[in-house]
Structures are given as structure tokens and as C-alpha cells.
Design a protein around this ligand. Structure first.
Ligand SMILES: [Zn+2]
Length: 116
């Protein structure tokens, strides 16, 4: 596989959990619904129902002071065989700190805002 990661999307560590720990199935709601709507999943494309990112920095100020920050990203999906919601992947990667700042509301928001 080619290592064509963007500078702001470089995976430093990862673990995949391809099988459901309860029933052993490898199918997930996201993968099945993708195929139902769009056909085969392109090689190398990773799908998950939801993800949560946690910055691996000590404080929000540290996060904002760096151009790129390491984050732990955990992805979850639902098993189509037994319905269990399970973790499908965890990874540590670096992302643009402005992405995090926007996500947690630390960047100026558009529209008029009055300060008292
Ligand atoms: Zn299952």
C-alpha cells in the first residue's frame, strides 16, 4: 500500500478490530449500507458509523499553540449480525490544530456576537 498520507493526517499508531467480539462477524451497518447505496467499497477506504477524537495534549492552550497535534481517534460501528455496537479501530494521528479548535468552539464563530 502506498504511504500517501497528508501531512496533517499521518497515522502514527493504529489497531483494527475487524471481527465482532460477540459473534465473530466482520460486517458492520456502515459497510452494508454503503454497499446497498454505492456498491463495492473502494480499496483502502475506511468506514465507521461514528468517531471520537481526543487531543493527546495536556491543555487546550497547548493544543492551540501547535500547528499540528496528536489525537487519539476511536471509531465505532454496529454489528449487522448481532447488533452489538463495537470499536472497529483506534489510531493516533496528527491533525491540524484548527480542526480541533473549530470542533470544540475555540475559534471565533461567524455572525454577530455581543460581548459584555
Ligand atoms: Zn456481532
Amino acid at each position: 500500500m502506498e504511504g500517501k498520507n497528508q501531512k496533517d493526517d499521518k497515522v502514527k499508531w493504529e489497531r483494527n478490530f475487524p471481527r465482532c467480539p460477540q459473534c465473530g462477524s466482520g460486517e458492520t451497518v456502515m459497510r452494508e449500507s454503503w454497499r446497498a447505496v454505492k456498491g463495492e467499497i473502494p480499496h483502502g477506504v475506511y468506514l465507521a458509523l461514528r468517531s471520537a477524537a481526543v487531543p493527546l495534549t495536556l491543555t487546550p492552550a497547548t493544543t492551540l499553540s501547535l500547528p499540528f497535534v496528536p489525537v487519539l481517534m476511536a471509531s465505532y460501528d454496529i454489528c449487522t449480525e448481532c447488533g452489538l455496537e463495537r470499536c472497529v479501530r483506534v489510531e493516533v494521528k496528527t491533525i491540524d490544530s484548527r480542526t480541533i479548535a473549530a470542533a470544540v468552539g475555540l475559534l471565533p464563530q461567524p455572525g454577530p456576537q455581543k460581548r459584555n
